[in-house]
Design a protein around this ligand. Sequence first.
Ligand SMILES: *Cc1c(COP(=O)(O)O)cnc(C)c1O
Length: 396
Amino acid sequence: MMKEHIEEAEKVLLHTYNRYPVVFDHGDGVYLYDEEGKAYLDFVAGISVFALGYNNKEYNDALKAQVDKIIHTSNYYYNVPAIEAAQKLTKASQMDRVFFTNSGAEAIEGAIKAARKYAYLKDGCTDHEIIAMEHSFHGRTMGALSITGNPKYREAFEPGIGHIKFAKMNDLESVKALVTDKTCAIIFETVQGEGGIYPATDEFIKGVRALCDEKDILLILDEVQCGMGRTGYMFAWQKYGVKPDIMTVAKALGCGVPIGAFLLTEKVASNSLVAGDHGTTYGGNPLVTAAANKVLEIFEESHIISNVREVGSYLYDELEKIMSSCPSIKAHRGVGLIQGLEFDKPVAPIINKALEKGLVLINAGTNIIRFVPPLIISKADIDKMTVILKECIGGV
Ligand SMILES: *Cc1c(COP(=O)(O)O)cnc(C)c1O
């Protein structure tokens, strides 16, 4: 059955992914099940999405109830799930205003537009620059792609939106060297995900914040992957005692339904986008905001973030042990439940082997295995994972 489905898929789906040869059918907790009933321990969570684990009854029920009420209206009308989700998000982040989107990339697009508009209102010019980071990842739409620091992703699609410069993550001097009178925003992921799991250093994030304050440049923090509790803080920047002017979230916000958001401080919100400047048909509709609402409610009421801290440090210690016994592992980075092991060779064979053994892992770049499991994972699950991982490392 699975083989036939895979063959059918390859006839009709645009081949933009080299997919793993598995058709997942359903999930429960931290396990996925393929069409043939085989169970897989999931350390990917749909790439940092399914924070609550699969088949969470409270979440499923909230979605079903909303389906029976109303799925979509339009942003020309108010809807209660969106209001409540925005209240919860602003409370959790201490940001002031929210715009809901359909994806992470779309949240980035909105953040770029807000930053450009903010600068435009100051001097009436349209030649403002954004400083982004090398090895960053912000999404696949043209604006998000233009600030993505991997030239391989951009090359065939140039020209991008223009007026973008790339500095080195965690190198404050490289940022300072690129700042001009035209710089309107500096953007980075608080923990770089796709680029290889590089958390911002304390010195860097504070230094960029001070630089932005000094020159009235907007600090945009992309929390699409590292936000929503994954680092042991609701938003990764909260650990550093700094605050962005604009923040983007998505991935775990809806735990699987397509929703993202960009959030702004009042200063930016009241000096940037106004009616007519930005919009979306689906963004923040009652179905997806009912999901986000329930996710945020569960975050508030259960101890998800304290679990992340506890099991995250356990995962850290276990991965340290694996690194010390395996010469082909060059580095271990990350925090909470966003960690990476960097090998001196491509990790695809390890990931393929793990999949055969019922463990779902994913890479970040060619040589790095990224660990971004559901946030409800337990120490026992981590033990199961490391047993399989060690077998797979040994065998390649
Ligand atoms: C995944 C990701 C995006 C893009 O999100 P999509 O929903 O895939 O558009 C943007 N920024 C970061 C940091 C991401 O990890």
